[in-house]
Structures are given as structure tokens and as C-alpha cells.
Design a protein around this ligand. Structure first.
Ligand SMILES: [Zn+2]
Length: 284
């Protein structure tokens, strides 16, 4: 009987710790100590996405890692900022222009958490990514609506999508992330399309990473009016074969008075905030 109790004790501790963790994420924790600005680096990876984020609490996040051909460029960029740890890696959806370089990043950095939507792809790139995650003894946390990554009074990061259901189009499984730091908020749309846009709530943001490289399958006028961003960033390749970004998408943002930055024209784009003001630096 005595031995049984000893065996159960660790299980009870794990159970209680697990409960506390969930409890705290549902209710905002007190404000975190802020030593830094929130710095969002939209990397120029052509017709693909990769966004590296320095969080004000000292943690780091990577949303997507471009095509495989850009993996070293992304790794060098993060290393040049003097980071060897990435606290949160998000693969928005399993298309090669988003997860192409992720396996390389996971191999070469101390990655703590990985978030991806619950959808598979029958590709070598995706299989290779899963193998790499397993070989590093990491696991994937499902990215879905209402899941919170960080929940404190002055810094929050949480998913607005996808919902736990089936979509016809892989793009619509995109993990959509919102980060709020004091008075400023950033929205990261992945490649999600108009079909998803009309289901979203809580979309208002100061800065949006425009959905699907500025394609007209995303950025419906009613949606971008609801977001009403001060700045829109389009991650898009120079002279890409899809003719992205769409002229009408650009016009719709301009009509709102939104300032547009594009990786094909501006190179790497860095947007920083102290929680009150936005500052933009471009490579070109
Ligand atoms: Zn894409």
C-alpha cells in the first residue's frame, strides 16, 4: 500500500501542474516585465512567408520558414540577431512556401514549442518535417481558434483560426495569429482566403500580414474594413507567375488609407513597437 502511494504521487503532481497551466492560460496572468520593444521581422523570401518575432518578454517566435531554398538565409538572419533559441515555431499550413525551411530551422535551433493546424499533406517536405520534429523529441501542439500561446495583461498571442472542421482548400487551414502588445496589435493571416475571413471575429489590428501573398482570393473589402489597419505587409515574390499582389487588393487598402509595404519592393521589413508607437524600417 505504501509503495502504491509513492507511485501515485508523481502522477498527481503532473495532473495538478497540468490543470494549473490551463487555468492560468484561460485567465490573463499579471502584466509581464517588459524590457524590449515588440519587433516583427517580415523576411524577404520571395513568393513565400517567413516572419521572425522578438517578443518584449525576451522570447522569440517564427511564423513559417519560406521555401527550402531560403532556409539558410532565414537561419543566418536569426543568428545575426544573436538568437539560438526559438520559443514558438508556427507552421501556418503545410504548403512548401511556408514549411519548406522549417525542418532546417528545427534542426539548427533550440526550438521549444511547435504549433501547426490539424491537417496533413502528402508531400516529401511535410514528411521530412514530421521526421525532424520526432528526431528532436518535440511534439506538435494543434493551432486552432481560441488557443492561446501567451496570455498576460500586456502581451497576448492567440489563434483566431482554423476552426476544428474540414475545409476544401488547404490554404483555409492556415493558422491565423493575433499578437497584442499594450495598445498595438498585429494580425498574421497565413494564406487564408475570403471564405475564412467572413467567419472571423476580433480582427481589428494596427498591422496586418496580408493573406495569401496579396491574392484576390483573400482580402475581401468587408474584411479589410473590419481590420482597418494602419500598415499592411505583403510577402510576395518579384515578377511572380501568379501576378500577386492583386491590383484591386492594393486599391482597397489604399482607399482605407493603409500604408502598404511589400517584400518584393522593400526587401526585409521590420516593424517595432513600444506598445504605443509603430516604427518601420525597410531594407530598400
Ligand atoms: Zn503561400
Amino acid at each position: 500500500m505504501k509503495r502504491l502511494k509513492i507511485l501515485f504521487l508523481p502522477l498527481i503532481i503532473i495532473f495538478l501542474t497540468g490543470c494549473n497551466w490551463n487555468f492560468y492560460l484561460d485567465k490573463p496572468l499579471p502584466a509581464v516585465t517588459v524590457n524590449n520593444d515588440l519587433k516583427v521581422h517580415y523576411l524577404d523570401v520571395g513568393e513565400a512567408d517567413s516572419i521572425f518575432i522578438e517578443l518584449p518578454n525576451g522570447e522569440t517566435m517564427l511564423i513559417d520558414a519560406g521555401e527550402a531554398q531560403d532556409e539558410e538565409k532565414i537561419a543566418d538572419y536569426i543568428e545575426n540577431l544573436n538568437y539560438d533559441t526559438i520559443n514558438y515555431v508556427i507552421g501556418t499550413h503545410p504548403h512548401a512556401d511556408h514549411i519548406g525551411g522549417l525542418a532546417y530551422i528545427i534542426k539548427n535551433f533550440d526550438v521549444k514549442n511547435i504549433y501547426m493546424p490539424k491537417v496533413a499533406a502528402n508531400t516529401k517536405t511535410y514528411e521530412n518535417l514530421l521526421k525532424t520534429i520526432k528526431s528532436k523529441s518535440l511534439s506538435i501542439t494543434v493551432a486552432e481558434k481560441d488557443k492561446k500561446i501567451i496570455n498576460t495583461e500586456n502581451l497576448k498571442a492567440y489563434f483566431l483560426a482554423p476552426e476544428n472542421k474540414k475545409y476544401d482548400e488547404l490554404n483555409n487551414y492556415s493558422a491565423i495569429l493575433k499578437i497584442v502588445f499594450q495598445d498595438k496589435s498585429f494580425l498574421f493571416m497565413g494564406d487564408s482566403e475570403a471564405y475564412v475571413e467572413k467567419t472571423l471575429t476580433d480582427v481589428s489590428a494596427d498591422v496586418i500580414k496580408v493573406g495569401h501573398h496579396g491574392s484576390n482570393t483573400s482580402s475581401s473589402t468587408s474584411f479589410i474594413k473590419k481590420v482597418n489597419p494602419e500598415i499592411a505587409v505583403i510577402s510576395v515574390g518579384e515578377n511572380n507567375k501568379y501576378d500577386h499582389p492583386d491590383k484591386d487588393v492594393i486599391k482597397a487598402y489604399e482607399k482605407l488609407g493603409t500604408k502598404i509595404y511589400r517584400t518584393d519592393l522593400n526587401g526585409n521589413i521590420v516593424i517595432s513597437t513600444d506598445g504605443e508607437n509603430l516604427d518601420v524600417e525597410v531594407e530598400k
